[in-house]
Ligand binder design. Sequence first.
Ligand code: PHE
Length: 342
Amino acid sequence: MKEQLIKLEQEVLQELEKASRKELNELRVKVFGKNGLITNLSKGMRDVPSENRKEIGQLINQTRSLLEEAFAKKEQEIENAELEKSLESEKIDITEPSKDIKIGALHPTSDIIDKLTDICVDMGFSVVEGPEIETDYYNFEAMNIPKNHPSRDMQDTFFITDEILLRSQTSAVQAREMEVRKPPFKIVCPGKTYRNDSDATHSPVFHQLEGLVVDENISMADLKAMLSTLMKRLYGEDTYIRFRPSFFPFTEPSIEVDLSCPTCHGKGCNICKGTGMLELLGAGVVNPKVLEMSGIDSKKYRGFAFGFGLDRAGMLLNGISNIRSLFKNDIRFLQQMKGEKK
Ligand code: PHE
């Protein structure tokens, strides 16, 4: 019996040595299966005289565990070899040039937000944000536009309830910031705004950039210098601006700022409809009432504010004629924006 076991052990180990994964599985059945060699030996214990049973039983068990270990070891070896092979064959050459990766570009509106805020940060402004779902108070009342005031009609607002709305202007952020900041401060706030308006140059969702400076001795001259620098840096040194009187309840005096057309440089073209100028933003000296409502001493401090239509500004920078292109989410449109550097 002992010899039989040793022989079995040697034969199995030999076969195991050169076995593939498939052969290993077959061999496992042959040895440990229902009718396997070891199994049959165990079954044969019945015929072993009882005085030898203990010894033979031990020997069989020894052989079984030795073989089990050998099988496990072999299996691990096969697995390692397979892994190595697949690592080798699936090796990725990261230095190889890629075939066809489609790269889009920054959306023109994101691009203009980045450019404008970068310039403003250079000038010492902090960038802040406010909520798009806003209260009537911040959007209107704190901006000196009381309920039922006719100037509310300047903006066709989406109301959610009587008191909650989709902000129609980033000016709402002015009041929020004035409440929490101590003058002097300079902030710009880019973000989405909403009005019930829709044609080639108006979209129900659009973007504005609000600017607010509060300090002592602020005047219209500061506003002009700041906006002029901003526009020159954005559209080029030969850009100039023009002020026209206007009206906003939250600024006094109020102005509309026109920009020399970046396409024809003031000569007149189809973009500026032959006028050489483009209407770009509203601005003015902050109405003292607005300062007072937000807890700022209007005897000591003054401010200027401006509100910029960002989509329009981005369209001008990139020669886009229809505002809807900005919201269509068409990858071909974005790809045309690639490499635009101005
Ligand atoms: N909030 C105004 C608008 O949306 C623009 C503006 C901002 C005007 C700040 C003056 C000062 O039309």
